[in-house]
Design a protein around this ligand. Structure first.
Ligand SMILES: Cc1cc2nc3c(=O)[nH]c(=O)nc-3n(C[C@H](O)[C@H](O)[C@H](O)COP(=O)(O)OP(=O)(O)OC[C@H]3O[C@@H](n4cnc5c(N)ncnc54)[C@H](O)[C@@H]3O)c2cc1C
Length: 492
């Protein structure tokens, strides 16, 4: 018997995970990726003995990955292994004020007590509420599909939500526990992972502190790109046909149904289409006007998540002052957030994230050398000419030297900058965003773009634009929700 055909657009975590699930459910699945390798924002780049993770580098919420593999009666350990990190990360508050965050709760409690009297006790209380919220979110919120307002504003969520203060703003919520800016920044910085600022994020996302401080930060063998390769292996085992260099140019729709997907390699007939590519690109560029669920005005009115100024450096010596993960928080970081969300500009004294994975993974750099990934979150849509890039690179390098004491302009073996125009060129990202849509309350759950088209009945979406949102674990959850809905609606 001919099996029904599912065509998946995009070979990032969203596309790969949904393709594997649909194949498991009996669909004949073809995945089409425009680039020459899989992984999407989580690809790797190898050059001169260095292997860089181009995108994500924090393996968070391990239980989500384990659950995903268990959906195939598979064991995650057969696809990649994990190393726990200790310390989790190093935070520079200034050149002379540095803290290490640990896997050991007691050490973190001592650290918070050193920030302000009572800080240790406050951390215990804060972490307890974050752990409780995390459990409620996992059981009630993240794995659910939201189609109508009433799905979100249901009685249980409203009662729990009010009790837990999830609808307050995170920054205000944290300040009811802590006065010290360092304590507050450690508990709020992860909002950048969600593409928003702590001033606008709902306090629901205090769960992120449970995620990083209690569930632990791990390093996957071969980095996050290695995890994506593990998903690609799972796809092959399930029989998915993975096609690279296959840019999709049009989704053919007749009488409200997607019939085929047109690519630079020809046409692929489809009974169902799933997109893991950037939602705005698919809606605005791959569908004819009559088939689009959202107008250009809708996209213009969204709070778009930050873009990033990323520098990959291969340094020909050891850097003693750095850990695997390093963060810098400016004393008044509202300056930096304002340049992202209020008055778009290249920030002067930016907060940054700097990873040096060669501290853990010796194969990521030649012996005695270091592998550096430096990330500054910036507003989407900034001028990103060669001239601007070069000037900003020099500025950021002297800033990093002032803060960390490490001069990253010496012994440079490899250098590459990746920013706005690369996000557009490589992924068709809306305004060059790295992360899609911000997680403000109005862009959470039922308020995110739906995982099913309103105009094309057999067109579905997964990936970071949909619920539950940004981040690799969230995208795996999105695919589980979407694949379940497809198989429930259409069999096979
Ligand atoms: C620099 C960076 C750091 C990050 N750090 C972390 C982290 O540490 N931990 C974490 O959990 N998350 C992190 N994230 C977020 C996480 O990487 C993303 O949320 C997730 O990878 C998004 O997956 P996706 O499948 O939705 O999108 P993508 O990975 O972008 O996949 C979409 C795919 O669609 C393809 N595509 C687009 N248009 C077409 C077309 N017309 N035809 C065919 N294919 C097309 C693209 O090439 C791409 O491969 C980070 C993101 C970035 C950019």
């Amino acid at each position: 018997m001919m099996r029904q055909k599912a065509v998946v657009i995009g070979g990032g975590y969203g596309g790969l995970s949904c393709a594997a699930l649909l194949a498991r459910d009996g669909w004949d699945v073809t995945l089409l990726e425009k680039n020459d390798s899989l992984g999407g924002r989580a690809r790797s780049w190898e050059t001169e003995g260095f292997t860089f993770d181009l995108g994500p580098s924090w393996y968070l919420m391990p239980e989500v990955f384990d659950r995903f593999f268990s959906l195939f009666q598979a064991d995650r350990k057969d696809y990649y292994s994990l190393l726990p990190l200790e310390p989790y990360y190093k935070v520079f508050f200034s050149r002379d004020d540095v803290s290490l965050l640990s896997t050991d709760r007691e050490k973190n409690i001592k650290l918070f007590e050193s920030f302000e009297p009572g800080g240790g006790e406050a951390l215990k209380r804060y972490m307890d509420q974050a752990s409780y919220k995390y459990r409620v979110a996992m059981d009630e919120f993240l794995y659910r599909d939201y189609k109508h307002l009433t799905d979100f504003f249901n009685r249980r969520l409203m009662v729990e939500g009010m009790k837990l203060g999830v609808f307050k703003k995170l920054d205000k919520f944290v300040s009811t526990y802590f006065q010290d800016r360092r304590a507050r920044q450690i508990l709020e910085y992860a909002m950048v992972f969600l593409g928003t600022s702590p001033v606008d994020a709902p306090a629901l996302y205090s769960i992120m502190s449970h995620v990083d401080l209690e569930l632990g930060v791990y390093f996957p063998e071969k980095g996050m790109a290695g995890v994506a390769q593990g998903l690609a292996k799972l796809c092959r085992e399930q029989g998915v046909n993975l096609v690279t260099n296959a840019e999709v140019t049009h989704i053919k729709v007749e009488a409200g149904k997607a019939k085929a997907v047109e690519t630079v390699q020809g046409e692929f007939p489809a009974d169902v289409v799933v997109s893991g590519a950037d939602y705005q690109h698919v809606e605005s560029s791959l569908l004819d006007d009559h088939a689009q669920s959202f107008s250009p005005g809708y996209w213009e009115s969204r709070v778009v998540a930050p873009s990033m100024f990323i520098t990959y450096l291969g340094i020909g010596r050891e850097l003693k002052g750095l850990e695997h993960h390093n963060l810098y928080f400016e004393e008044d970081w509202t300056n930096h957030f304002d340049t992202i969300f209020k008055q778009p500009a290249w920030p002067d004294n930016p907060c940054f994230y700097l990873s040096c994975i060669s501290k853990t993974d010796k194969s990521s750099a030649p012996k005695g050398m270091e592998n550096i990934f430096l990330l500054v979150p910036v507003a989407p849509g900034l001028d990103d000419s060669d001239e601007v890039r070069d000037r900003y690179f020099d500025h950021v390098m002297s800033h990093v030297k002032n803060i960390t004491g490490e001069d990253l302009t010496k012994d440079v073996k490899v250098k590459r900058i990746f920013s706005q125009r690369d996000f557009i060129g490589d992924y068709h990202a809306f305004m060059g965003t790295a992360l899609g849509l911000s997680h403000t309350l109005r862009q959470t759950a039922v308020f995110r773009p739906s995982n099913r088209s309103k105009r094309v009945e057999n067109l579905f979406f997964t990936g970071q634009y949909t619920h539950p949102g940004v981040g690799v674990p969230m995208v795996l959850i999105a695919s589980e929700i979407t694949a379940k809905e497809i198989s429930a609606a259409y069999g096979p």
